[in-house]
Design a protein around this ligand. Structure first.
Ligand SMILES: [Zn+2]
Length: 232
């Protein structure tokens, strides 16, 4: 009887050791050979990713309430917050659908200062999500200001944009939504609409104004500067 207990105890010890080893090997494998993460991502895709250069597809209105489409919109909000952005388009998290989100919080004025804020005709905007958005230009006057994009992290350039636009589309419940805007918000809208057509600001910029935003820091630190492609 006692030898049976000893034997079953040994079997148990061996099988638990085997499980520990399997767990260890799985952890080792995932550390050194991570499996690719599938979109929607919780990070922002960078220039070079084909998803940023392909026209995004129209969302079937019947699919808006589906868990998949709702999840895309939740993650777009999460990523925009995480990266402290003012706008995001679904292709930026790897989803080729015509969805964009906009949000300008009042803290921007504190960050940029009242002078820059006024010069760029900035204003705050509560979170708005547009599905299948359509843009109409209301004022064709071009305004030139520096612009950057989280999909070209670390760079900026001067980009001309129309002064005022109207955006129409559907909200996250599939109800019609409209926004008339001028100045900075009109700029953000044009930037995000471009994302849905596979265009980036570098296609429209004044090429000579293109800059690495850390160029001075790079000189100060003798090149020892990193561009971080994630936000905690
Ligand atoms: Zn962008």
């Amino acid at each position: 009887m006692s030898s049976w207990f000893l034997f079953s105890g040994l079997l148990f010890t061996l099988s638990s050791a085997k499980m520990t080893l399997q767990r260890f090997l799985a952890a080792y494998r995932s550390f050194f050979f991570p499996s690719p993460v599938k979109p929607p991502f919780l990070h922002i895709c960078q220039v070079g990713d084909p998803v940023l250069r392909s026209p995004a597809k129209i969302v079937n209105p019947e699919q808006i309430s589906s868990p998949e489409v709702q999840q895309v919109m939740i993650q777009m909000q999460q990523v925009m917050k995480r990266y402290d952005g003012v706008g995001i388009a679904a292709p930026q998290i790897g989803i080729p659908l015509r969805i964009l989100a906009l949000e300008v919080t009042p803290k921007r004025e504190r960050e940029l200062g009242a002078e820059v804020y006024a010069a760029r005709e900035m204003s705050s905007l509560p979170l708005m999500i547009f599905i299948n958005p359509k843009m109409e230009v209301l004022d064709f006057t071009k305004v030139v200001f520096p612009e950057s994009c989280e999909s070209l992290r670390g760079y900026s350039a001067l980009v001309p944009r129309y002064k005022a636009v109207r955006l129409t589309g559907l909200d996250k419940r599939g109800e019609p939504l409209e926004l008339e805007s001028k100045g900075w918000i009109a700029r953000i809208i044009q930037h995000e609409m471009d994302h849905l057509d596979g265009r980036l600001y570098i296609d429209l910029m004044d090429p000579k104004s293109f800059q690495n935003d850390a160029w001075q820091k790079i000189n100060t630190h003798q090149g020892r500067v990193k561009i971080q492609f994630y936000e905690k």
